[in-house]
Write a protein that binds this ligand. Structure first.
Ligand SMILES: Nc1nc2c(ncn2[C@@H]2O[C@H](COP(=O)(O)OP(=O)(O)OP(=O)(O)O)[C@@H](O)[C@H]2O)c(=O)[nH]1
Length: 606
């Protein structure tokens, strides 16, 4: 780990950092899990950034980590904007933990959210002196969803010439994993995707893969320690003015931590970072690290006198203003750093860094996750308007004319996440119906949904569900529910124009509740729709009776007469029916099948 390396400024001795980027649902976490499983004796720490209100990825990644200390989560925000300060703090936290356990870290993998622009994240490694002295960017890997890329690119090309995150992610990649090739059967369609990728980034290597299959994964040595990132490439092929520097910096003022923050920092020593607490906790770590000094390779304190200053720099996550030193200086400095030569003068370094950070500091005061509805057309704003998340950005490749540079739009004002948690177990059928109806109506706008579920009738099997637009699959998690683990269902939806209230209310109806005494549940053999029979009276109903007023509810809203139902079956048959795994309804990569015609008993059952 960087804290365990005494060489400063030597490119190869710095701890390599791999950024995994890619649009929502492309397969980033699948890749990360593969890396963690195949890492062998190498020690890898993970910084995981999740956009959603509920962190499902932590659950999915944690099983593959040797220790939970190897994972730092940056939740409910996006590292490229609202959580960017926290990147530095997350690195400091990893150092603190590794120091505490006298453990080395060979590499760090940072998984961004699917909505992140990797550019500002990447440049934090050049802009922040503390990070730059300890870490080097090994490569940016972009995972591309072969099935949905064209849709995402189309969504990303606006009539006003702006581009979206999917484009940025490809443009900045050093390595592109064209994933889910199993879902694109036609060679022509695949070629079209490859052509689209090459039109954005012609220099990155493209590897076709199927990350969810053992046989479809790229070899590990292509992924880590590959030294592919090059600032020169960014300057030459993406934005020649990327490192333009100037003298002003407005960074330090609002990024400094107040004494109040510092007091809070002292209280949090370990554990995953809560949203909002994250930065403070990790800063405390940076401060603690500064106090004790960095460790050398053996774990002994290093006498490096700039240590305190460096770590404090990390804590502040800011750069001091520096005199204007000229574009060439800045570019050369960055290029020199990239190639492992001695760094530029600190003046140049800080100046370039100030320019970069200012350029990419795009989020408004409250960040885009607060559900701001501020839209571009509502006022006549300029580039860099913080309210709109619009910054001056990348040119379209090959376009060297600054006047024609496309503005990059990081307008997530209508994109939100809705996280829902519910205690207990879920009714399989109702949940299937809930998802089917939701996706039938809103699949295009629901970019991503995922969750961890406890389903009634399946004992301690923990189910994971994963959805990307209308593609959804269910399956058992790697680990079952632990005996002392609370059964809390967690789902998260990420998309455009989500109706939070409707999503929550709908999900609530999926929670399994016991039937009133005397009622049995059966399934229609063809549709698998449940129906209910009163043992005593023989009454049948599509609607689920509830305990308090079973008769009333049982007849309310039923869409067909119980007489149309199949004959009553024996309880043993019922058990067989209900023990069908929820995953049997769908298999990976297939859309959820419609068990019954739309709009029938699923809604009325509530
Ligand atoms: N068919 C198919 N599915 C895949 C492949 N690779 C990953 N998946 C599935 O795609 C879904 C999303 O994968 P993740 O790894 O969670 O995607 P992600 O990019 O981390 O998603 P976010 O973090 O939410 O943006 C999961 O259900 C994976 O099992 C593949 O090669 N083929």
């Amino acid at each position: 780990m960087a804290a365990h390396t005494s060489n400063r400024g030597n490119h190869q001795s710095k701890t390599p950092v791999t950024i995994i980027t890619g649009f929502l649902g492309a397969g980033k976490t699948t890749l990360l899990n593969y890396i963690l499983k195949e890492k062998g004796s190498r020690s890898i720490a993970v910084i995981e950034n999740e956009f959603g209100e509920v962190n499902i990825d932590r659950e999915l990644v944690a099983d593959n980590l040797l220790a939970k200390e190897d994972l730092v989560s940056l939740e409910n925000g996006c590292v490229c904007c609202s959580l960017r300060k926290d990147i530095v703090k997350a690195f400091a936290e990893i150092e603190r933990r590794s120091r505490q356990q006298a453990k080395r870290v060979d590499a760090i993998v940072l998984e961004t959210t699917g909505l992140a622009d990797p550019a500002p994240v990447a440049f934090t490694f050049f802009a922040n002196p503390w990070l730059a002295s300890r870490y080097r960017l090994d490569s940016i890997i972009c995972v591309v969803d072969a099935r949905y890329l064209m849709q995402h690119l189309e969504d990303g090309q606006h009539s006003d010439g702006t581009v979206n995150e999917a484009v940025q992610q490809i443009a900045f990649a050093d390595l592109i994993l064209l994933n889910k090739v199993d879902l694109v059967v036609e060679e022509e369609a695949k070629k079209q995707v490859v052509t689209a990728i090459k039109s954005i980034n012609n220099s990155a290597r493209i590897i076709e893969c199927q990350l969810n299959q053992e046989t479809g994964r790229p070899p590990m040595d292509l992924l880590l320690f590959n030294n592919l990132f090059s600032v020169n490439r960014v300057l030459e092929q993406i934005d020649p003015q990327f490192l333009d520097s100037d003298s002003d910096s407005d960074l330090s003022e609002d990024e400094e931590l107040s004494p109040h923050d510092s007091a809070q920092q002292q209280q949090q020593q370990s554990g995953d970072l809560d949203p909002g607490q994250a930065g403070r906790a990790v800063s405390a770590a940076a401060a603690a690290a500064a106090d004790s000094g960095p460790l050398g390779p053996t774990g002994a304190p290093d006498a490096d006198t700039d240590a305190v200053a460096s770590v404090q720099a990390a804590e502040l996550a800011s750069v001091a203003p520096a005199a204007h030193s000229g574009d060439d200086d800045a570019a050369q400095g960055a290029a020199a750093r990239s190639s492992g030569q001695a760094g530029p003068s600190s003046k140049t370094h800080l100046s370039a860094a100030a320019s970069l950070l200012r350029k990419y500091r795009v989020n408004g005061p409250s960040g885009h996750l607060t559900g701001r509805k501020h839209r571009r057309e509502e006022h006549d704003c300029e580039d860099n308007c913080e309210e709109c998340h619009i910054v001056e950005g990348m040119p379209i490749k090959g376009d060297r004319n600054p006047k024609r540079r496309a503005k990059r739009l990081h307008d997530l004002s209508d994109v939100s996440s809705v996280g829902i948690m519910a205690r207990g177990t879920l009714d399989e059928y109702r949940f299937n119906m809930y998802m089917r109806d939701l996706l039938a109506e809103k699949a295009k706008d629901i970019f991503r949904c995922k969750g961890v579920l406890s389903v009634h009738g399946y004992g301690n099997t923990k189910f994971v569900f994963q959805g990307v637009h209308e593609t959804i699959c269910y399956g058992p998690a790697e680990q079952p529910w632990k005996p002392d683990e609370q059964r809390i269902n967690q789902v998260v939806f990420i998309g455009r124009g989500l109706d939070r209230k409707a999503l929550i209310e709908g999900f609530r109806t999926c929670v399994w509740v016991p039937l009133p005494d005397g009622w049995d549940e059966f399934r229609d053999e063809k549709t698998r729709q449940p129906f209910y029979v009163n043992r005593r009276t023989g009454e049948k109903s599509w609607a689920r009776p509830v305990i308090a007023c079973a008769r009333v509810v049982a007849t309310q809203g039923a869409t067909q007469q119980p007489s149309q139902l199949l004959p009553r079956r024996q309880p043993s048959q019922l058990t067989t029916q209900l023990s069908q795994p929820v995953s049997a309804a769908t298999t990976a990569g297939q859309s959820i099948p419609p068990p019954i015609a739309a709009g029938t008993a699923a809604q009325s059952a509530a």
